[in-house]
Design a binder for this molecule. Structure first.
Ligand code: ACO
Length: 323
């Protein structure tokens, strides 16, 4: 088995910023309510002519530069997204063309907010089998396209953005001291679909549809599920929670992040939060937060990172890696 490592990280946020005050002009809400219940202060929004693949390409370019690689090196593209440009082809196919990557393996992974963790495990598997030596794993979303802008309980929560990592075979003996992906815990409970879904699609309305969510019920599942996945991931990775230098949670809501931290007794100073400025960017939120904390100097090469997420499906999961 060949082990893999994250060798480059990059992200991209569309230019337009939508503040809570902007949203208070279209629905009955307030900056105070949104900040108190979610921690969100603003979100980014893509232009009408800027599809998910464009955000993915920008994030990928930055990740490749960080890894010292060029598009010609890439042999696998996995895009985690729930907001593809079109029903098909996959965003990965479009990214391959736009980036100028030679013929390679490319497809999307659909696990909503947990998509990035799922996609990382897929790339790890391809590397382990010797089928990929330079993989791009991308989380890219335009959640604002799924909003019902008359539903104040959902439209204030989400934003657009993309993050990408390069995954390559790693050196070393495969111990927790070596750089690389250490372990995963991935879960799905399809019986809870009704709590969080989009009410459209080819076989239902024939249109894209809008995001629907029983927010407080999702909230209750989130803290318990995520805490369990973190514990299982540590076990699968051969690490203790205390070994982790940085927790990079999916950025849905500051109260979920805090709830998980309290449940597991995590040191708040080790938990990365970008929810105030990015809001919930679904599959993009982990690589966006990872890159933000690398850029501001907190996360450094050699640090042990644990990422976790939960989202529609319900899906959830965690992964641990040394950068
Ligand atoms: N502004 C003002 N009032 C609002 C707003 C808003 N934007 N949205 C809802 N309200 C009102 C409701 O109408 C309700 O009013 P009522 O009591 O008169 O009926 C009141 O606020 C309370 O509503 P609740 O839904 O009970 O509020 P809650 O405290 O649960 O907060 C929230 C709602 C923020 C959605 C919370 O449940 C939550 O964060 N859930 C997690 C869901 C999530 O983040 N999902 C993302 C995808 S899954 C994932 O990534 C984990």
């Amino acid at each position: 088995v060949i082990r893999s490592a994250v060798t480059g990280v990059g992200s991209y946020l569309p230019e337009q910023v939508v503040t809570n005050a902007d949203l208070a002009e279209i629905v009955d809400t307030s900056d105070e309510w949104i900040v108190e219940r979610t921690g969100i202060r603003q979100r980014h929004k893509a232009r009408d002519d800027q599809p998910t693949s464009d955000l993915a390409v920008e994030a990928s370019k930055r990740a490749l530069v960080d890894a010292g690689r060029v598009p010609a090196d890439v042999d696998l593209i996995v895009v985690a997204t729930t907001t593809p440009d079109m029903t098909f082809p996959s965003v990965a196919s479009i990214v391959q063309r736009k980036l100028g990557v030679p013929t390679c393996i490319a497809f999307d992974v659909q696990a909503v907010c947990s998509g990035f963790v799922y996609a990382l495990s897929v790339a790890d598997g391809f590397v382990a089998r010797g089928m990929a030596r330079c993989a791009l794993v991308i989380g890219a979303e335009e959640m604002t396209r799924l909003m019902d802008w008359s539903d104040r309980s959902t439209c204030v929560l989400f934003g657009d953005g993309a993050g990408a990592v390069v995954v390559e075979p790693r050196e070393g003996q495969g111990t927790k001291a070596d750089k690389g992906l250490l372990g995963f815990a991935l879960r799905c409970d399809g019986s809870k679909t009704d709590l969080l879904y989009v009410d459209g699609g080819p076989a239902t309305t024939g249109s894209v549809g809008h995001l629907r969510m029983a927010g407080n019920q999702v909230f209750r599942h989130a803290v318990v599920n995520i805490a369990e996945a973190i514990t299982a991931c540590c076990e699968a990775s051969g690490i203790e929670i205390a070994d982790v230098d940085w927790f990079v949670p999916h950025q849905a809501n500051q109260r979920i992040i805090k709830g998980v931290g309290d449940r597991l007794g995590l040191d708040e100073a080790k938990v990365i939060s970008t929810v105030a400025t990015h809001a919930n960017t679904s599959a993009a939120s982990i690589p966006l937060a990872l890159d933000a904390a690398i850029q501001d100097g907190r996360i450094k090469r050699g640090d042990l990172v644990l990422a976790e997420a939960m989202g529609g499906g319900l899906t959830w999961g965690a992964c641990a890696f040394r950068l």
